[in-house]
Write a protein that binds this ligand. Structure first.
Ligand SMILES: Cc1cc2nc3c(=O)[nH]c(=O)nc-3n(C[C@H](O)[C@H](O)[C@H](O)COP(=O)(O)OP(=O)(O)OC[C@H]3O[C@@H](n4cnc5c(N)ncnc54)[C@H](O)[C@@H]3O)c2cc1C
Length: 379
């Protein structure tokens, strides 16, 4: 049964789909070449409200439910993934810690600006020696009379150069570590002692950049512990809650890309045919459609469970691993169908082929998702 949504949401969805088709997709190749999204398009994203999808209306956002939000991500990722990445940290890992565990003062200070797109929020957890093993971070925060002093370095931080605000995970008690010794800080971009390294050059997501963040005796105000002193040492829990939702969002992105890749295959096959026997190609298309159907049901079920207030840690990991691995399989099969035409750098498909592989890495690799799922099964 198709799910029922409000008329207002259906209109918003159509507005986003038109924006993707008429404005984002036509600029995609140029964005890829210049490794930059033009500010005029970022302004259009602001106008439409794309920076505030997940932020409640009381703080100036669109206030979508989880189910509605994943549907909008499916729409946005029918084109170049870097566009979603530009809004993704503000709607997700960069702001959700403040929304879930921040003080009312912090919410009022930051969320309305994030929702408008005037303040880009980013999330800094990964370090050189702690990617998957997030519990092993070593960036430290020490409390002195004037406030906190942070030292250490983070890597691969999405939107770091565009960001005005970072959610930063740092060790405040090296004995307790993840059991009460990791704290989340809201760090504004112009605090003394915060440096941003050059953009990494990557195989995909060319229009979205990751950078190193360096903290050298970086000064952060006392009140910038997310949630205040009551939340001191609770940052790891905040980060895990943030990632529960983030993983569902990445699943939605992988699904949106998969759907578009399948549609491109169908279009190509109908227009040009391919040298493979027709039945071989039609079976591949049938497999793609079947997997996409399963992935969508799984995603919508998990999102609805979250909206109903259930813990969805395991379901989020299932969604992430299933949808992102599916996207890689579909991209690989699509390359068989397109053959040389798919590998040409001016084909629409080639960008998807590179970008979907990265979904399997960030917000926890496939192996990490399997560890989470298995831990729940065996507890
Ligand atoms: C495009 C992109 C954007 C990113 N943006 C951000 C960001 O905004 N903020 C941020 O903090 N981080 C970000 N990251 C970093 C990302 O979260 C890490 O890359 C990811 O967690 C994996 O860490 P790693 O790269 O250090 O790999 P490693 O942890 O070194 O893993 C290497 C391999 O070992 C496997 N492995 C590790 N541990 C285990 C285990 N216990 N059992 C089985 N296998 C294991 C992994 O699955 C992987 O295959 C981003 C990464 C990418 C690619």
């Amino acid at each position: 049964m198709p799910r029922q949504h409000s008329e207002k949401f259906n209109k918003f969805r159509i507005q986003v789909r038109n924006f993707v088709e008429n404005e984002l997709e036509p600029a995609s190749r140029e964005v890829e070449k210049n490794a930059e999204i033009p500010e005029s398009l970022v302004n259009r994203m602001r106008e439409i409200g794309l920076f505030g999808l997940s932020i409640p209306k009381e703080y100036g956002g669109v206030g979508l439910t989880t189910l509605e939000e994943v549907i909008i991500y499916e729409e946005i990722t029918r084109t170049n993934a870097c566009y979603r990445s530009r809004i993704g940290t503000s709607n997700g890992i960069g702001s959700m810690g403040i929304l879930y565990d921040g003080t009312e003062e912090q919410k009022k200070k930051y969320l309305p600006a994030i929702a408008k797109g005037d303040c880009t929020a980013a999330f800094a957890m990964t370090e050189a020696d702690s990617g998957s093993d997030a519990a092993n971070i070593s960036t430290s925060a020490e409390l002195i009379r004037e406030g906190w002093v942070l030292n250490g370095a983070k890597q691969f931080i999405t939107n770091a150069a565009a960001a005005d605000l970072f959610t930063v995970l740092a060790v405040t008690d090296s004995e307790k570590r993840t059991r009460g010794g990791v704290t989340a800080f809201a760090v504004e971009k112009d605090v003394p002692g915060l440096y941003i390294g050059p953009a990494d050059t990557k195989m995909g997501l060319k229009g979205s950049h990751t950078h190193e963040l360096i903290f050298k005796d970086c000064r952060v105000l006392k009140e910038n512990v997310i949630g205040g002193m009551d939340q001191l040492g609770q940052g790891f829990k905040t980060a895990m809650r943030v990632l529960d939702k983030g993983r569902m969002s990445i699943g939605a992105c992988a699904l949106g890309a998969s759907q578009k890749v399948m549609e491109l295959c169908i279009e190509h096959f109908k227009k040009f045919g391919v040298s493979k026997p027709n039945q071989a190609v039609s079976f591949e298309l049938a497999n793609m459609a079947t997997k996409i159907y399963a992935a969508r049901q799984m995603l919508y079920d998990a999102a609805s469970m979250r909206d109903a207030g259930h813990n969805v840690t395991t379901q989020s990991s299932m969604v992430k691993v299933f949808c992102t691995e599916m996207a890689s399989q579909i991209a690989s099969k699509a390359m068989d169908i397109f053959a040389m035409a798919g590998s040409l750098t001016d084909s629409r498909f080639e960008i998807f082929f590179r970008d979907v592989r990265l979904y399997r890495i960030y917000e926890g690799t496939s192996e990490i998702q399997r560890i989470i799922i298995a831990r729940d099964l065996l507890k």
